[in-house]
Design a binder for this molecule. Structure first.
Ligand SMILES: [Zn+2]
Length: 157
């Protein structure tokens, strides 16, 4: 496990330091790939821009999986919408992840655990997903994101 952690640490460093400018993917300015947004709509998902989210002041975005409902506070930072899409993808696919990718997410959560944004594997995935959409990931983090997206879109057999 120590070796795995070292590899993960190295990959994270490389992703953040060496590959900071890999292209953002969405064409509409949100960074979220259009096929993911389309799938969300087909699943009955909604995105609402609100003055105050259902979680109250201090929460500039929320996602409720039961209702497939994203709320984004008006004027929220650009990574908030992709973060909430990350929760949608996580909840919709996590039970189907293979052991390799589950292990990778676990190791990333462990690696970032002192940062309060990474309070769970769910939050860890959402943060990394938002990075991938705003152009700040590469390497294995990007691969994990694309794996989960493929599962969502049913292209992994
Ligand atoms: Zn979150």
């Amino acid at each position: 496990m120590k070796t795995v952690k070292r590899i993960i640490a190295l990959v994270v460093l490389c992703s953040m330091v060496l590959l900071p400018v890999s292209a953002a993917r969405g064409a509409d300015g949100t960074g979220v790939p259009p096929e993911i947004q389309q799938k969300f709509l087909e699943d009955g998902g909604t995105v609402d821009y609100v003055d105050v989210t259902c979680m109250g002041p201090g929460y500039n975005g929320t996602y409720r999986h039961g209702r497939k409902k994203i709320q984004v506070q008006k004027g929220a930072p650009e990574d908030v919408l992709p973060h909430e899409y990350g929760h949608y993808i996580y909840h919709s696919t996590i039970l189907r992840w293979d052991a390799e990718h589950r292990g990778y997410l676990t190791a990333l959560h462990e690696f970032f655990k002192n940062d309060p944004r990474f309070s769970s594997e769910n939050e860890t995935f959402a943060v990394i997903y938002s990075w991938s959409c705003t152009g700040a990931t590469g390497g294995e983090m990007r691969e994990m994101v694309e794996y989960a997206e493929d599962l969502l879109l049913n292209t992994v057999k």
